[in-house]
Design a protein. Sequence first.
Length: 344
Amino acid sequence: MKVVAYSIKAFEKEFLAKSNQKKHDITLISNPLSIETAAYAEGKDAVVLFTNDDASAPVINKLADMGIKYIATRSAGTDHIDKIAAGSRGIKLANVPVYSPQAIAEHTVALALALSRRITVAHKHSLNFDFKLDDLIGFNFYGKTIGLIGLGHIGLATAAIFKGLGCRVIGYDVNKPARLPDIEFVPLDELLRQADVISLHAPLTPDTFHIINSQSIAKMKPGVMLLNTSRGGLIDTPVALQGLNTGQIGYLGLDVYENEKGLFFQDHTHDTLKDALLTELMSRPNVLITPHQAFLTNEALQQICDQTIKNLDLWQQNKCTGNACACANSCRAEVQPIKNIARM
Ligand code: NAI
C-alpha cells in the first residue's frame, strides 16, 4: 500500500521500520496534517496520523478528492478525526484501541507522586545547592481516596497502581465494567465529593467535554489533586485556574491541554508570544505539565507501530480492522475478505 505518515518524530522511525518490514511504501513527514500538507497524500492509498493532526471535514474532503481510502491514527483517541465526514466519503478509519495502558497509568501516578512530594521544586532547589526542606512537605497516598473517571483499559491500570500504594479506589463510568477489581463503583457526584485525588481516563466526546467545570469543581474536596492524562478538552482550563487561585484545587497534573494543538510535540522555546493560560498555570509550584508524553515508552511505541501496520495489512487484504475499526458506522459487515470478492 502507498502510505503517507504525518507528524512523524525522529524517534518513531525505527519502531515503524521494525513493524513494517518494508511491506508498505510509507513516506514519512514530520509536519502535521493540515489543509496545506494534505497535498503530500497525492497518489497514496492511506494516511497515517497522530493526535494533533487536523482531520476535520475540509481536510478529509481534500484527502478523499485525491483518492485516499484509509486513515489510520497512531493513537487510541479518535476525537481529532471527523468520522462522519470520513464515512460520507467512504474513507475507512482505524485506531490503536489498546496499547500498553500501563504506560499511561504509570505516567499518571508519576505526576501524582511528583506533585505531592514536590519533586520538580526540590530538583530546581537542589540544582542551586539549596537543600532546605521548607516548601517540600508532601502527603502520603496510603489511605487516600482516588476517584477515577473512566474505567476502561487505562483507568483500570491506574487503579491497580494506586491500590498498590494502599489507596481506596472509587470509580465512575457511563458503562459499568463487568470486572471491577477492588474498585467501588459510585455516581459521578459521589466521586467528586469523596476523592482526594481525581484522575480522568475517559475519551473526549460531546458528553465528556468540560466534564470538569465550575459546578463539578465546586463539589470537590477543598485542596483536591486533579490529574488529566486523557484529553485536554475534559477540563475547562480557565475554570481550573480559578480553582487553583481559591485553593479548591490543591494540585493540578496535566499531560494534555485543551489548546495543545500546534503547541505540544514541538519546540516553542523561542516564540515571543507564548500561550498565556499555560504560562500562568506553569508559574505555580503546585501545577505540573508534561507535553502529552504519557504514551511515550519503548513498549507502547512498538505496540502502536505494530497495530498501525496490522491495520494497513488488513485493509490491503480488503478486511475490516476488527477492534481497531474506528469508522462512524462499523464497516465490519460490509467488508469481505478479498478471496470472497474474487469469487463473485
Ligand atoms: P477505553 O475505551 O478502554 O476506556 C474509556 C472509558 O471511558 C470507557 O470505559 C468508557 O465507557 C468511559 N467513558 C466514556 N464516556 C464517559 C463519560 N461520559 N463518563 C465516564 N466515563 C466515560 O480507553 P482507554 O484506553 O482507557 O483510554 C482512555 C483515554 O485516554 C483515550 O480516549 C485517550 O483520549 C486517552 N489517552 C491518552 C494518552 C496520552 O498519552 N496522554 C495515550 C492513550 C490514551
